[in-house]
Design a protein around this ligand. Structure first.
Ligand SMILES: Nc1ncnc2c1ncn2[C@@H]1O[C@H](COP(=O)(O)OP(=O)(O)O)[C@@H](O)[C@H]1O
Ligand SMILES: [Mg+2]
Length: 367
């Protein structure tokens, strides 16, 4: 029986809330409507300054941001429904990832903090809202991330095809989908666009490097690249997940990036994403013959070229080639995860997150 669900997410890039409305059956997924909802500039700036100074945490600010972001997510869902031919009363549930403010899977008491008050979303839309997807996996001993691989498995896995799904968001993550009965694995490979955005932001006050043109005009600085790729994170074995807490401008400054031509640094950062992804695939999925890319990085032509050069053994295409627009895969995953939660079905993959067992994810907020 087909049912309609909404998925909402704002990733680490904070480029806006991705909202999808989808009709889901036991084995099909149809995108019905999509919408991008930008944060108000004032909120985006507040969020960015909050993550840039981890030591300054004001509880009043945190509480207020949680509500404010909840209102934005609510408005994203309302705008999505308004554009669509479906009425809110016919939508089973919203799966809201929220906005990650902190992800600390290796802390003494590991946690991952997403905000965007789900009760505000449920009250404002009249739709049951599932949120806080990462908690149950962490309580079961997992990293709480990545959570999209089970959706990738459900939609993209095929017998006899050794596939990888690569999400190039702020952070890059891979899902390994073996063509045999080996378990699905997946992990964050390291930075996706986050350093590229941060560097061009600091040097040219731009939100991102359109098509990767600036990086394409530079030359990779081998010494710098060598230093960056030496970071312990790249050597650690999965399960592993990371965030802007690690890969940020402060991290980059420790390698004296400032002394090089800024264009060359941009080229080096683009190459860093490409080689860290390729090395992860070579090491943990050497049989891969098809890589399908989603997330905003798929639009960065320079980055995609570098990836293709490094993954020369197989094909590198957008997920559109396997039926889902690359801009909506993550939000789609949270619509699907909401369906799993409402059906009391498990949503995590212990082979990916390191959890001791499969658990039902999220908490349901009724309107
Ligand atoms: N045309 C483009 N050229 C280069 N980079 C782009 C383009 N479009 C999107 N991006 C990159 O994608 C990022 C957003 O990707 P997204 O998948 O939404 O990440 P997140 O999940 O972290 O929000 C932008 O910050 C930017 O770096
Ligand atoms: Mg985004």
């Amino acid at each position: 029986m087909p049912d309609d669900y909404i998925g909402l997410i704002s990733g680490t890039s904070m480029d806006g809330i991705d909202a999808v409305l989808a009709t889901i059956t036991d084995d099909t997924f149809e995108l019905r409507e999509t919408h991008v909802h930008a944060y108000p500039e004032e909120l985006r700036v507040a969020l960015q300054s909050l993550i840039a100074r981890p030591e300054a945490c004001d509880l009043d600010e945190l509480g207020s941001l949680d509500r404010w972001i909840g209102e934005c997510f609510r408005d994203a869902a309302l705008a999505l429904v308004e554009k669509s031919d479906v009425s809110a009363a016919d939508i089973v549930a919203i799966g809201s990832h929220g906005q990650t403010l902190r992800h600390q899977p290796a802390a003494l008491r590991p946690f991952s903090l997403q905000v965007g008050d789900p009760a505000t979303i449920a009250a404002g839309t009249g739709i049951a809202t599932v949120a806080d997807f990462r908690r149950a996996d962490i309580a079961a001993g997992g990293q709480g991330a990545p959570l999209v691989p089970p959706f990738h498995e459900w939609l993209f896995r095929r017998p006899g095809r050794h596939r990888v799904v690569l999400n190039l968001g702020g952070i890059a993550n891979v899902t390994v989908l073996p063509g045999n009965d080996a378990p699905v694995t997946g992990f964050d490979t390291g930075p996706g666009n986050t350093l590229l955005d941060a560097w061009i932001g600091a040097r040219r006050s731009l939100r991102y490097d359109e098509d990767g043109q600036w990086a394409a005009a530079g030359t990779v600085v081998d010494d710098l690249l060598h230093g960056l790729i030496g970071d312990e994170y790249f050597k650690a074995s999965p399960p592993k997940s990371t965030g802007f807490e690690r890969f940020n401008l402060q991290w980059l400054s420790a390698f004296s990036a400032d002394k090089h031509d800024p264009r060359d640094v941009q080229a080096t950062l683009s190459e860093l994403t490409a080689i860290s992804v390729a090395a992860a695939i070579d090491q943990y999925a050497p049989a891969t013959s098809e890589t399908y890319v989603c997330g905003g990085g798929v639009h960065n032509r320079d980055l995609m070229q570098r990836l293709r050069r490094r993954l020369s053994k197989g094909t590198v295409e957008s997920t559109l080639a396997v039926g889902l627009d690359p801009d909506w895969v993550e939000a789609a995953a949270f619509a699907w995860l909401a369906m799993r939660t409402l059906g009391k079905k498990t949503g995590n993959l212990p082979s990916v997150t390191g959890a001791s067992h499969k658990v039902v994810l999220g908490a349901i907020h009724y309107p």
